[in-house]
Design a protein around this ligand. Structure first.
Ligand SMILES: NC(=O)C1=CN([C@@H]2O[C@H](COP(=O)(O)OP(=O)(O)OC[C@H]3O[C@@H](n4cnc5c(N)ncnc54)[C@H](O)[C@@H]3O)[C@@H](O)[C@H]2O)C=CC1
Ligand SMILES: CC(C)(CO)C(=O)C(=O)O
Length: 305
């Protein structure tokens, strides 16, 4: 089996490392990571096991190669640029978006009709060039034909990922899994970044009151789109977020905070921004998601000054 990983950073290089013992992998990443991988391998530490993994990596796709599966693992902001740059290799190929947010799969679907959605609730942290630490595992990776339905090609990919020792499940309704992950990210990431606090602090009644509205607005949009998540009502999800998800990642700092600290733009438009945009489309009100999106963009605008 041949796998290509495009936009390989912390998530993509870790995935490439684990898959590399079980299939042929090439990762398209920044040159400094490719150089470090060629010199001494990708160093993985933490919950996916400690070790050094060697695989093929460069800034380009090797000429003339075709792949059984492609993963896109860039930030959502780069999805379209990556699809444009690698349109020839993506065309007619099974392509997985392993990214946070809502809307990546729709972009990928403009370039191939074989789209697989994926979610991952695992913490990947840079520890230097081609060095990644896995800090938290909050559940299995989910893989499913986008927008939904069972599919043998997805089953074969699940089997490969499982063989590589990564916790994974197939999903018949990946659209629901993507929204479930976005409920978590849109509740915690921007407020954690704006307030510069770890997730646990967001249980304070002030931010929690905002989170309640973020989730209720998202549920109204999900109802319009026929999306099912494991929690039938917004209150059910809020209880799970409050009692299970936040406590198990209480010390975690949002990746959006890391983005801001490194002077990067964030994925806000694919999270709260997408909830607000879809609400507008259905003539619903989503003032809390809209307000958070504006605040995050204001925060981003300060980076340039
Ligand atoms: N890091 C984490 O703990 C988690 C991340 N995610 C999601 O996974 C996705 C990837 O996140 P990370 O790996 O942390 O991001 P990252 O920033 O470490 O990696 C993305 C890589 O894409 C590369 N890239 C950007 N534009 C490119 C282009 N046009 N061509 C080629 N490469 C390009 C960048 O150089 C970067 O190395 C995001 O959607 C993120 O929200 C999801 C769960 C956890
Ligand atoms: C790293 C983690 C688990 C945050 O808690 C995550 O999945 C995300 O930020 O999307």
């Amino acid at each position: 089996m041949k796998v290509l990983i495009l936009g390989a950073g912390a998530v993509g290089l870790s995935l490439a490392a684990r898959l590399s013992d079980h299939c042929d992998v090439h990762a398209v990443c920044r040159q400094r990571h490719a150089d470090a991988i060629a010199e001494r391998g990708l160093v993985l530490t933490g919950l996916w096991g400690e070790g050094t993994h060697r695989f093929s990596a460069s800034e380009e796709v090797p000429a003339g190669e075709r792949y059984d599966y492609i993963f896109i693992t860039s930030k959502a902001l780069a999805t379209r640029a990556i699809c444009e740059q690698f349109a020839d290799v993506i065309r007619d190929t099974e392509t997985v978006s392993l990214q946070n947010g809502i809307g990546n799969e729709e972009i990928v679907a403009e370039y191939t009709d074989r789209v697989i959605g994926a979610t991952i609730i695992t913490g990947f942290e840079w520890r230097g060039d081609a060095r990644v630490h896995i800090s938290v595992v909050g559940g299995p990776m989910k893989l499913g034909r986008f927008p939904d339905g069972p599919d043998p090609k997805v089953d074969a990919l699940v089997a490969l990922v499982e063989k590589a020792g990564i916790p994974v499940e197939g999903s018949d309704h990946i659209k629901g899994d993507l929204w479930a992950k976005t409920l978590y990210n849109s509740s915690l990431n921007p407020l954690g970044a704006l307030m510069n606090v770890p997730y646990g602090k967001l249980l304070h009644p002030m931010p929690w009151g905002i989170i309640e509205h973020v989730v209720r607005e998202a549920y109204a949009v999900m109802a319009e789109e026929g999306v099912r998540v494991p929690w039938p009502t917004a209150d059910d999800y809020l209880a799970y977020l409050h009692d299970v998800q936040v406590p198990s990642t209480a010390e975690h700092h949002a990746s959006m905070l890391q983005d801001i600290m490194h002077g990067h733009l964030t994925e806000i438009d694919f999270m709260n921004g997408e909830i607000a945009a879809r609400a507008r489309k259905y003539e619903l009100d989503a003032p809390y998601n809209d307000c958070i999106t504006r605040l995050m963009h204001f925060r981003e605008s300060l980076l340039e000054q």
